[in-house]
Design a protein around this ligand. Structure first.
Ligand code: F6P
Length: 370
C-alpha cells in the first residue's frame, strides 16, 4: 500500500504524553516518509463532525514537554452511540465516520487511546477503516503492554501526594486516605502506594475487608505509630460489595468512579479513636507535563506507529515491554486490536509488586484468617 496521507486522533481521557506522541507521529511521518498528517479534534467527535486540520512540523514544536493534547479529546464521543444536539437518543453514526475517512482519502488512521477508545477502534477496523492504535491512559489497563502513555506521570504525581500526606498525617496523628484513579484497575494505587510507602493499599482486584484495615491501623498504634496512610483505588470494593460509581453516559465510558475514600472515612471514623480524613487526588493525576519515562514511551510508540503503517501493519496496537539488562531502553512490540478489545488489563494476583508490598508489611485489606 502506498501511503500519502494519514489521520491522527487522541480519544478518551487526556494523559500526560499525548503531545509527545503526536509530535513523534507528525515528525516521523513527515521527515521519514513525506506523508501528510491530518489531526482530528476532540477525539472521535472530530471524525463525526468533520473538525480536522493539517498538522505541520511547526504545530508540534515545543510539544514534548506539554501535558494535555493539542488536538483536544473526549471521553464521551462514541461513533456507535453518538448524539448530535438535535438527537433525542444516541445513534450509530459509524458509517458517517467511515465516509469522512474515505472522503479525505486517508490511507490510515492512528488512534491514540485507552482501553475504551481502542475497543471502538477495533469495531471501526472491523468495518474496514484502516486503523492502528497507540495506547495511552493513566490507568495503564491496555492489554499487551506493560506501560501506556501517561501512567508513569500519574504514578509520580500520586507518589508525591502520598509523600506530602505523610508529614501532615504524622503531625496530627491522623488516618489519611488518598483516593486514586484507575477505573477497574489498581495499577496507579499499587505503584504509588508502594513508592510512597502507604501503610494500606486497596485495589479493585483484591476486595477489601474493613476489619482487616482496622486491624492494620491498630497494629500500627500498638507499635507506637499513631498515623496511617491508605491509598485506595477509585474502583476498590469491599468483599461481597461493589465499587462506588455512577452511570453517566453511553458505553464504553459509562461509569464514573469516585467516592470510596469518603465512604471509608465515614466507616473507619466509627471504628477508631483517631481522626480520619480523605482526599481524592482527581485530575491532578492527569494534568501537567509528562515525566521523562512518558516522553520516552510516547516518542517510541508514536514513531513506531508510523513505521508500522509503512510496513503495512494495520489492526494492531503498539506496545512496550520490559528490557532486562537496560531499564532505560524501550523495546516496542505489537498486539492486535482484537486482543485489546477483550477488556481492561487488571493487576494479576501474582504480580511482583503485590509480593513486595506484602513482604514489607503493607496491608492489602485482605481478610485476616481467623
Ligand atoms: O481513564 C482515565 C480516567 O482518568 C480514570 O482513571 C477516571 O476514572 C476517569 O478517566 C475520569 O474521567 P473524567 O475526566 O470524565 O472525570
Amino acid at each position: 500500500m502506498s501511503i500519502r496521507r494519514i489521520g491522527c486522533v487522541t480519544a478518551g481521557g487526556d494523559a500526560p504524553g499525548l503531545n509527545p506522541a503526536i509530535r513523534a507521529i507528525v515528525k516521523t511521518a513527515i521527515l521519514q516518509y513525506g506523508w501528510q498528517v491530518i489531526g482530528f479534534e476532540d477525539g472521535y467527535e472530530g471524525l463525526l463532525t468533520g473538525r480536522w486540520r493539517t498538522l505541520t512540523l511547526d504545530d508540534v514544536r515545543g510539544q514534548l514537554v506539554r501535558g494535555g493534547t493539542l488536538l483536544g479529546t473526549s471521553n464521551r464521543a462514541n461513533p456507535f452511540a453518538f448524539a448530535f444536539p438535535t438527537d433525542e437518543q444516541p445513534r450509530d453514526y459509524s458509517d458517517r465516520l467511515v465516509s469522512l475517512v474515505e472522503a479525505l482519502s486517508l490511507d490510515a488512521l492512528i488512534v491514540v487511546g485507552g482501553d475504551g477508545s481502542l475497543s471502538i477502534a477495533y469495531r471501526l477496523w472491523q468495518k474496514g477503516v484502516p486503523i492502528l492504535g497507540v495506547p495511552k491512559t493513566i490507568d495503564n489497563d491496555v492489554q499487551g503492554t506493560i506501560f501506556s502513555i501517561g501512567y508513569a506521570t500519574a504514578v509520580a504525581v500520586a507518589t508525591d501526594a502520598i509523600d506530602r500526606l505523610h508529614t501532615t498525617a504524622e503531625s496530627h496523628h491522623r488516618v489519611m486516605i488518598v483516593e486514586l484513579m484507575g477505573r477497574t484497575a489498581g495499577w496507579i494505587a499499587l505503584a504509588a502506594g508502594v513508592a510512597g510507602g502507604a501503610d494500606v493499599i486497596l485495589i479493585p482486584e483484591i476486595p477489601f475487608s474493613l476489619d482487616a484495615i482496622v486491624t492494620a491501623i491498630e497494629q500500627r498504634r500498638a507499635a507506637g505509630r499513631h498515623f496511617t496512610i491508605i491509598a485506595v483505588a477509585e474502583g476498590a470494593q469491599p468483599v461481597g460489595g461493589s465499587a462506588v460509581a455512577e452511570i453517566t453516559g453511553p458505553l464504553p465510558y459509562q461509569r464514573r468512579y469516585g467516592g470510596i475514600g469518603l465512604l471509608l472515612q465515614a466507616q473507619l471514623a466509627q471504628r477508631l479513636p483517631l481522626e480520619v480524613r480523605s482526599l481524592a487526588l482527581g485530575h491532578l493525576q492527569r494534568g501537567g507535563p509528562p515525566v521523562a519515562l512518558d516522553r520516552l514511551i510516547a516518542t517510541a510508540m508514536g514513531s513506531e506507529a508510523v513505521h508500522m503503517l509503512a510496513r503495512g501493519q494495520l489492526g494492531q496496537v503498539v506496545t512496550v515491554h520490559g528490557n532486562g539488562d537496560n531499564p532505560a531502553a524501550i523495546r516496542v512490540g505489537t498486539v492486535t486490536l482484537a486482543d485489546v478489545a477483550r477488556g481492561p488489563r487488571l493487576v494479576p494476583l501474582d504480580h511482583p509488586l503485590l509480593t513486595s508490598a506484602r513482604s514489607i508489611g503493607i496491608s492489602l485489606g485482605e481478610e485476616v484468617p481467623a
